[in-house]
Design a protein around this ligand. Structure first.
Ligand code: AHR
Length: 483
């Protein structure tokens, strides 16, 4: 029998509209994330536009990439932007300190900004606070955005770009408590304030917590609140622990349940950080950017750094995370999944000339109507289920009203074995798409790229209103026309 859930929708908005940037991305020079995955170079036999592969760019354009954070991650605090401009043949080759191998610098500022423009995205530069002086960061921004007679603007023109670029967001360091310099919060605050002083007309993003460290958030907000427009949070979903994270596929129901529990834990972390932010910034001027989130499994032997498969489970991680972000729009104004292509919870996997869209890609696609929509208050009564020592709700939900008055509902059935029915009482028909599969670790491969793809759903109201059917381990997103 199906688990019976009941959803009652409120009329009031539960918070500010869902910023499109909540569906943002993160691209790091790591493994096959950039080279091979996105970039093949203009001379490649793989069809490309100025080096960026056409198949991947087209897939990403289709789903919509509102913002891209680049070039790291840990890589960012070891990156000198000057290495990546000018004649590609003369660019220095550096050791990629964090992720192995070397960095050719073939992709630098001009190439990245070309990708930003091909995708119609916003640029979010991750600036180096860990190993370069503040002048390096402010000059990078001047090089990119100055018009007129600035010598740096002239240099940019000589390098092939006449018009200044638009850079909306600049990160001041990354994980400054760890790979960004192993700093104490107090020291980081002083540095942040210094670097941020020389950044004008951008959203200044301070590196925040990623280790459950409330004290760090408190220190940063107290000492640097005035000099930031956003603070970051990193949160990774891991079935096991950092020493044995667990496999991306071939897992059992226990690992499924542990993973979804870990994914749902992001809500407690966002709530805790938001409470501390509220203490220092009751007007909520400062945004909370979850600029790294997603699943992190063990990398298979021989695979490029942080390469992993992506299964139906990842689509549900994405959906549960989106639902959480929608519940916290009063602070969460941007998030960036780690990472866009071939790294961690990727949207797209590539192998030579082949490309496959992952279940996570389809989750992003299903949730597109939520971008810019107003989240609604909901009351959900759902049964819970238990696997081993993990208890989870059968159903999770998010509801929002789009600017043109449609109601959009996202429903997740977390239970890998039991279907669920969600009674809404609404007297309207719903139309949308369902993502599910017969195996909980179902995934798309180059040989079978359509093992996990959405299917259309039409649901009509019965005498008690609209009841939505959720197979085990599924994600349903539907829209309902205005009443
Ligand atoms: O996304 C991979 C790495 O995870 C990033 O470089 C770093 O910021 C985080 O620890």
């Amino acid at each position: 029998p199906a688990a019976q859930a009941r959803l009652d929708l409120g009329q009031d908005a539960a918070g500010p509209a869902i910023e499109p940037a909540v569906y943002g991305h993160f691209v790091e020079h790591l493994g096959a994330g950039v080279y091979g995955g996105l970039w093949v170079g203009p001379e490649s036999a793989i069809p490309n536009t100025r080096g960026w592969r056409n198949d991947v760019v087209q897939a990403l354009r289709q789903v919509g990439i509102p913002v891209m954070r680049w070039p790291g991650g840990c890589f960012a605090d070891d990156y000198d932007w000057r290495d990546g401009i000018g004649d590609p043949a003369k660019r220095p080759v550096r050791v990629n300190r964090w992720w192995g191998g070397t960095e050719s610098n073939r992709v630098g500022t001009h190439e990245f900004m070309d990708l930003v423009e091909q995708l119609g995205s916003e640029a979010y530069l991750a600036g180096n606070m860990g190993s370069m002086p503040p002048r390096a960061l402010s000059q990078w921004l001047e090089y990119m955005t100055a018009d007129g007679a600035s010598t740096l603007a002239e240099e940019r023109r000589r390098n092939g770009r006449e018009q200044p670029w638009k850079v909306k967001y600049v990160g001041v360091g990354n994980e400054s408590w760890g790979c960004g310099g192993n700093m104490r919060g107090e020291y980081q605050s002083d540095l942040h304030n210094r670097y941020a002083t020389f950044l004008n007309q951008v959203v200044r993003v301070a590196s925040g917590d990623g280790e459950g460290n409330d004290q760090l958030v408190d220190v940063l907000m107290a000492r640097s609140g005035k000099h930031m427009d956003a603070l970051t949070l990193h949160y990774y979903t891991i079935p096991g622990d950092w020493s044995a994270k667990g496999a991306a596929t071939g897992f059992d129901a226990t690992a499924w349940a542990r993973t979804l529990k870990s994914a749902m834990g992001i809500e407690g972390r966002i709530a805790a950080v938001s409470r501390i932010m509220d203490k220092h910034d009751p007007q909520r001027r400062i945004g909370l950017y979850v600029d790294e989130w997603g699943s992190w499994y063990d990398t298979p032997p021989g695979a490029p750094a942080l390469h992993q498969q992506n299964s139906l489970r990842d689509a549900l991680i994405a959906a549960l995370s989106f639902n959480v972000f929608h519940r916290h729009t009063d602070r969460v104004r941007m998030t960036n999944i780690a990472q866009m292509v071939n790294v961690l919870q990727a949207m797209v996997l590539t192998d030579g000339p082949s490309m496959v869209l992952t279940p996570t890609y389809h989750a992003f696609d299903l949730y597109r109507p939520f971008r810019g929509a107003a989240p609604l208050r909901v009351a959900l009564k759902t049964p819970h289920f238990r696997i081993g020592d993990v208890e989870l709700p059968s159903v999770d939900v998010s509801a929002a009203r789009t600017p043109d008055g449609q109601l959009v509902l996202a429903l997740v059935n977390l239970d890998p074995k039991q279907p669920a029915q969600v009674a809404t009482g609404l007297k309207r028909a719903a139309r949308g798409r369902l993502l599910t599969a017969s195996a909980i670790d179902a995934h798309n491969t180059f040989a079978q790229p359509r093992a996990v793809v959405p299917v259309p759903v039409d649901a009509k109201p019965g005498k008690d209103g609209l009841t939505l059917q959720l197979p085990p381990a599924s994600l349903l997103v539907v829209t309902l026309a205005p009443a």
